[in-house]
Ligand binder design. Structure first.
Ligand code: GUN
Ligand code: ZN
Length: 436
């Protein structure tokens, strides 16, 4: 028998979309999570399991245990450019982002930023992410090495962009060769996965988009990760370059890039045809509300996506996104939905930030629901982490507490983050206002 231990406390998870499944929410007021060698072997009410596991050491957890958050779209090289003033997407890329990404030619710089980035994820309760590096092969090595050292489940892959600016361009040939080499180098190591990552359709030549499809054919376990229909100027440029395509999604589709392993960030400006095609292909959207506000891109249309049954997850999209907190991002998703007269239920928001994102990334068998057999990546939420949250959640129902955490919560509400049953981050004692 391996290392076995148990965690006792309040446990909440939402394993499937609660919109269509009354059984999706799983909650134990006083629960027990039994973990052996990082894997959940039992979960249930303490009253039901306590006796059976009475010989297992138990750690009492004060706070609400939820699955570790899963950020379905984030750029680690943009960490240092978060909060860059003044532009919409295309000008923001030219002015702030492309110059910053050129620095990742330096492996040591990539190592330093990757370490800070993963620390920031853990501080915010995020245990997995689908991550953009840069065009540089070594930027992937930096991230994967740092994730491997922390035993984190991360998915990433070299950015492909042969139409980029000087210092940030590859070619169809190097895109192919470097991606193949990275996949060979990292396959099967730790908890890492690979995503073929053309930046967006405007930064790849037709030839490189064909190379992208070839990589996906030859590596069927890889994801496709890219951006879609984020900004109206971007959409106009896509329509101009691909006049024969029905819409932006169709431009990708014509290269064979729309499958059930495709994750598209944003999808703000989609027509019904594209939503129908997303549904029938099984491709998904990483909804990124803080980024969409910050760049003035628009508000994601949950009603339209849900009418078509489009698969969804949630992403911060830092550095266009303004926070690493998936709690805060969930709160903004609620507000984005309301801008289009839709309602985002707090349990559905938690699903988007955990199992929904996991399903987009095809890791839902491993993480996202704190289910038996899954890896024990979890986060402890403190609904009394600030005086205002404490006051608002006193005597509140579970739904009210969860919603208050999403609207008012941020990194301060993360009491601890666990990776495969091991504490990877704990909030310093003196940041708990009740003890100061
Ligand atoms: N589209 C192409 N590149 C980017 C990027 O770095 N960030 C965002 N938000 N959209 C993009
Ligand atoms: Zn992005």
């Amino acid at each position: 028998m391996g290392k076995i231990r148990a965690f006792r406390g309040e446990i909440l998870s939402v394993g499937t979309d609660p919109r269509g499944d009354a059984q999706a929410v799983r909650h134990e007021d006083d629960g027990l999570l039994v973990v052996e060698d990082g894997i959940i072997v039992a979960r249930g009410a303490y009253a039901d399991l306590g006796e059976q596991f009475s010989d297992v050491p138990v750690q009492e957890i004060a706070g609400l245990i939820v699955p570790g958050f899963i950020d379905a779209h984030v750029h680690y090289p943009q960490t240092d450019r978060i909060a860059s003033h003044g532009e919409q997407l295309l000008d923001w890329l030219d002015r702030h982002i492309f110059p910053a990404e050129k620095a990742f030619v330096d492996r040591a710089y990539g190592d330093e930023v990757a370490a800070f980035f993963l620390g920031e994820l853990l501080r915010n309760g995020t245990t997995s992410a689908l991550v953009y590096p840069t065009v540089h092969e070594q930027s992937v090595d930096a991230l994967f090495e740092a994730a491997l050292a922390r035993n984190m489940r991360m998915v990433s892959g070299k950015v492909l962009m042969d139409l980029g600016p000087d210092g940030l361009r590859d070619t169809p040939e190097t895109a192919r060769g470097e991606s193949d080499a990275l996949i060979r180098r990292w396959r099967g190591r730790g908890r890492l996965g690979y995503a073929v990552t053309p930046r967006f359709i405007l930064t790849s030549s037709d030839e490189q988009l064909h190379v992208t499809a070839g990589l996906l054919t030859d590596h069927p376990d890889a994801l496709l990760h890219t951006h879609l229909a984020e900004n109206l100027h971007e959409c106009a440029a896509v329509a101009e370059r691909f006049p024969e395509a029905a819409d932006y999604l169709d431009a990708y589709d014509r290269f064979g890039l729309v499958t059930d392993r495709s994750v598209f960030a944003h999808g703000i400006h989609l027509n019904d045809r594209a939503c129908t095609r997303l549904h029938e292909s099984g491709a998904g959207i990483a909804v990124c509300p803080s980024s969409n506000l910050f760049l003035g891109s628009g508000h994601f249309n949950f009603g339209q996506a849900d009418r078509h049954g489009v698969r969804l997850g949630l992403g911060t999209d830092v550095g266009a996104g303004t926070s690493f907190s998936m709690l805060h991002t969930s709160g903004l998703a609620y507000q984005a939905a309301l801008m289009r007269e839709d309602r985002l239920d707090p349990f559905r928001a938690l699903w988007l930030a955990t199992a929904g994102s996991a399903a987009l990334m095809h890791i839902e068998d491993r993480v996202g629901a704190l289910a038996e057999g899954q890896e024990a990546d979890f986060t402890v939420l403190d609904a009394a982490s600030t005086p205002l949250l404490a006051r608002r959640t006193a005597g509140a129902t579970l739904a009210e507490r969860l919603f208050a955490l999403q609207i008012l919560g941020d990194d301060r509400a993360i009491a601890a983050t666990y990776i495969m049953g091991e504490c990877a981050w704990r909030r310093p004692e003196n940041s708990d206002h009740r003890r100061t």
